[in-house]
Design a protein around this ligand. Structure first.
Ligand SMILES: [Zn+2]
Length: 549
């Protein structure tokens, strides 16, 4: 069965197509090369619509231990926002801490078809995969958190060499069925367990005597040498600390030529100027990103309203727990691999700090010139729920709308931001880059994020309207692998997505060594810790991402 989407305005930046009326032909769940009309084709009239590839969110906390703790802690989220999802799918289920089912439905309703969980802790990986398998209509993948795990820190501290680190990283990626490596506060979470309360890039950790810089560089080299497509996905030191712009600039300068992805950079772009000792560092950060083509970022935009933050960075969550709103929080260790902190936040436009955080995020989006190196995120749910993306897209595309919001935030924050001077408005083509083409490219997903022959038939039709928020909130049609799953913003079908993983080879000697380590130091045997292919997606197994040669 062949489907022809005809008459729509196609934006496909990965293939150099911007606003061309052309047909998209689908067969067997994939896009095929255009061909003359044939009898028996199903024809979808896309006139008046914009045609894009399915949206890809490369940083959204949708599954795993701390996400589930967030759901438990913020049970009221599902009472406050029951929002039934239409007749077909009455799951309701929250915004900041939605159920797995609601997560898939709400993403799908906005035209997203793939979402990546950026903080899988090894000991929780099986749980994360079970939850991801339960999220309908989107493909998923996990980024494995390393950089505070005792085995790695020992390898580095004992000077065992890069090859041993590479073998360990490869073993862990395969064992946990993840597709990239994330570092959260390198060495800092480990330092917290020895009563450290801060650890800057070149400070030495209390137990292993390692600096965050050394841990970062070692893992950057490992992923490069193993051929992992996505560079190290770094949540840097000093998250949320006024003055951390210095640390972030130093980190950009510390990459030794390796590519690096800096995540939720908004939380790492703070100065100490002004009488409140909190200011925007976005101009300096944007300048550094513009000047360093091997750096990419996602923003982690703050959106006003209630949310719950969930992070492996217990050091920073411990710092924040005093401002929890409502007043409750969770901080815990997870098998010594990492940790986790869950703290509810209510971002207010009447708060100087929150209002300036909002402006800093938008400044970063607008001052970083190359859309291929900045990805649209709120670090869901940390900066705000992903359901606010259509509103965020309008803030980026519509200067008068942005100015109107700017005029309503805390007065002193307004005086501290350059936002009013920035006239840039994102184009539809740039939105297609930051929400589709660029995340696919950095993750090494060759058959996603574009509409060329061979791509997965994840296709979205949005009806062109001046109100970009309304436009991106309710697509006319969403196809997942060629099947219609959303019509006029309503779920009409539920499908099972796939999970991306990477299996780089490692030396079998590492198996033996980790068997001994797990017996000695971990609550599970190595063979039980490793997730078999048949455990992924109800037995379907993972979709393997190709390694770089
Ligand atoms: Zn995050």
């Amino acid at each position: 069965m062949r489907t022809r989407i005809t008459g729509g305005r196609v934006f496909d930046p990965a293939n150099g197509i911007a606003d061309e009326v052309r047909d998209i032909l689908i067969e067997g769940g994939r896009i095929i090369a255009d061909a003359p009309r044939a009898a028996g084709e199903e024809v979808v009239d896309a006139s008046g619509a914009i045609v894009l590839a399915g949206g890809i969110d490369l940083h959204s906390h949708i599954a795993g231990g701390k996400v589930n703790l967030g759901r438990l802690l913020m049970n009221e989220d599902r009472t406050l926002y029951p929002e039934p999802l239409g007749d077909f799918c009455g799951c309701g289920g929250g915004r900041a801490a939605p159920t797995t089912h609601a997560t898939g439905c709400r993403y799908s309703q906005m035209g997203y078809t793939a979402v990546f969980e950026p903080a899988v802790v090894g000991a929780n990986a099986r749980h994360a995969h079970l939850e991801m398998a339960d999220i309908p209509n989107i493909d998923t993948g996990g980024f494995l958190v390393l950089g505070n795990d005792d085995f790695l820190l020992r390898l580095i501290a004992q000077g065992e060499g890069q090859q041993a680190v590479n073998d360990y990283v490869a073993w862990m990626l395969k064992a946990t069925q993840c597709c990239a490596i994330k570092i959260v506060n390198p060495g800092g979470i480990n330092a917290f367990k020895f009563n450290g309360r801060a650890l800057d890039l070149d400070e030495t950790g209390p137990f292993y005597g390692l600096t965050p810089r050394r841990i970062l560089n070692t893992l950057q080299r490992a992923v490069t040498e193993l051929g992992v497509p996505h560079p190290i996905h770094l949540h840097g030191c000093n998250l949320g600390v006024p003055g951390n712009v210095k640390t972030t600039l130093a980190t950009i300068g510390a990459t030794e030529g390796f590519p690096l992805h800096l995540t939720h950079i908004q939380f790492h772009s703070y100065g100490t100027e002004g009488d409140r000792h909190f200011s925007s560092g976005s101009a300096e950060i944007a300048e550094a990103v513009n000047a360093n083509p091997h750096i990419s970022v996602d923003v982690g935009q703050i959106m006003f309203g209630q949310t719950v933050t969930a992070s492996a960075d217990l050091m920073s969550q411990y710092r924040n727990h005093g401002i929890a709103d409502p007043k409750k929080w969770i901080g815990m260790d997870i098998e010594m691999d990492a940790a986790c902190g869950v703290v509810p936040f209510n971002y207010r436009d009447t708060s100087f700090v929150n209002a300036l955080q909002w402006a800093i995020g938008l400044e970063l989006f607008l001052l970083i010139e190359d859309p291929w190196r900045v990805y649209l995120t709120t670090d869901h749910p940390n900066g705000g729920p992903f359901t606010s993306y259509p509103h965020l897209i309008r803030l980026l595309m519509d200067k008068p709308f942005r100015d109107d919001h700017l005029s309503r935030i805390h007065k002193a924050a307004r005086a501290h931001t350059r936002l009013a001077e920035i006239s840039r408005e994102y184009t539809l083509d740039e939105i297609a880059v930051v929400t589709r083409a660029a995340p696919a490219r950095t993750l090494g997903l060759k058959d996603r994020g574009h509409l060329g022959p061979g791509a997965r038939a994840d296709v979205v039709l949005y009806v062109e309207q001046p109100d970009r928020e309304a436009m991106f909130a309710a697509p006319r049609l969403v196809l997942k692998d060629g099947q219609v799953v959303v019509r006029n913003g309503e779920i009409v079908a539920l499908t099972q997505g796939r999970t991306y993983a990477l299996h780089p080879p490692s030396d079998p000697l590492m198996d033996k060594r980790l068997e001994r380590w797990f017996d000695e130091a971990v609550g599970l045997k190595a063979k039980h810790y490793q997730i078999a292919d048949g455990e992924i997606r109800g037995g379907e197994g993972p979709e393997l991402v190709e390694l770089n040669p």
